[in-house]
Design a protein around this ligand. Structure first.
Ligand SMILES: Nc1ncnc2c1ncn2[C@@H]1O[C@H](COP(=O)(O)OP(=O)(O)OP(=O)(O)O)[C@@H](O)[C@H]1O
Ligand SMILES: [Mg+2]
Length: 311
């Protein structure tokens, strides 16, 4: 598990991270979302013990990043948002090199490395020079590298950035597999809907501060408090629209372009919503569909980072 306590990083007068508090339980996939410069990579570098915080600390599986960095590194697989230069190394040699630097004996590496290459779908490229791999392949190789010592916690800085749609889907599948292996994963991205699909929880960071945290639906609920409902009916749409419009929780009702549909904003509770549906049916409105529109996560993200107060 990851526990971040009051973590602050200043560069001169500039505060890049401001009293960050966060607890991520074992086995959770946690998505860290924020705009450019929000402080994601700064946080990750500190957790990976590559950058010293100005104040505060963090614990990885109970080990303090400040005074137990070696133990922390043993728990952690870190995938940075940049690649190094690899002089004339082939993909499997590259993994052997990192494996050896973690003290993994050659015989063990001989079993392990094919498995890792298989996990990240690079078996066919094991004898290719790293520099000649495509960006997406380098990213997957980097992920394999971060897994070489079988760490329990993974910190992945924008693993899907710059990937084409197919490569992103593949990366998502790999992450799903890692989650099934029980790893605790902290992952950053700008692509909020994608993160939401693979994460259990989200944290939104803005100008070095955590401005929202919780499950994806928690974050949506906190911000919205109201939902959009689409109703499709058989029969007279105007009469049905009048019925819904009379409900005090209904606003912004509009009749859709699609035949016999209407849309409105609803601010009642779940219970009130079911009562509304019951009353509509009792009122002999022939409803063929009554559904809530998923809130667009990008909108939520934009609203939160625009300084909307969350209760
Ligand atoms: N060495 C440094 N000296 C001064 N300022 C720095 C340094 N490193 C980072 N910063 C600043 O700290 C802030 C946070 O940077 P960070 O790289 O953590 O953002 P990020 O959320 O990872 O952004 P991105 O989405 O662009 O990767 C930025 O304003 C950045 O300019
Ligand atoms: Mg970054």
């Amino acid at each position: 598990m990851i526990e971040i306590i009051d973590l602050t990083k200043r560069y001169g007068n500039f505060t890049a991270l401001d009293s960050l508090h966060l607890q991520i339980e074992k086995g959770t996939v946690f998505g860290f979302v924020g705009q450019n410069g929000a402080g994601k990579s700064t946080t990750f570098s500190i957790l990976a013990t590559l950058l010293a915080p100005t104040s505060g600390t963090a614990f990885i599986n109970g080990y303090n990043i400040l005074n137990e960095p070696k133990m922390v590194r043993r728990q952690l697989g870190y995938m940075p948002d940049f690649f190094g230069v690899y002089d004339q190394l082939k993909a499997n040699e590259y993994l052997h090199f990192y494996g050896a630097s973690y003290g993994i004996p050659f015989s063990e590496r001989q079993n392990l490395i094919p498995q890792l290459l298989d996990l990240v779908n690079l078996t066919h490229k094991q004898d290719s020079y790293v520099d000649l791999l495509s960006r997406g392949m380098k990213q997957r190789l980097c992920l394999a590298r971060s897994l070489i010592h079988d760490p329990e916690v993974l910190i992945l800085d924008e693993p899907a950035s710059g990937l084409d749609p197919r490569a992103r889907v593949e990366m998502r599948e790999i992450l799903k597999e890692l989650k099934h292996m029980g790893k605790t994963i902290l992952i950053s991205s700008h692509i909020l809907p994608e993160l939401a699909e693979m994460c259990d929880c989200l944290g939104i960071i803005d100008q070095g501060r955590l401005v929202a945290e919780g499950s994806v639906s928690d974050i949506q609920d906190k911000l919205k408090g109201e939902r959009v409902i689409i109703v499709k009916i058989i029969g007279e749409i105007e009469k049905a629209a009048q019925f819904f419009e009379d409900d005090p929780n209904v606003s912004k009702l509009s009749i859709g372009e699609a035949e016999n549909t209407m849309q409105f904003t609803y601010k009642g509770t779940d219970y009130e919503q079911t009562e509304l549906l019951k009353r509509a049916i009792n009122h002999k409105i022939a409803i063929s569909s009554f559904s809530e529109v998923e809130t667009d996560l990008e909108d939520v993200f934009m609203e939160i980072t625009r300084g909307v107060e969350l209760s």
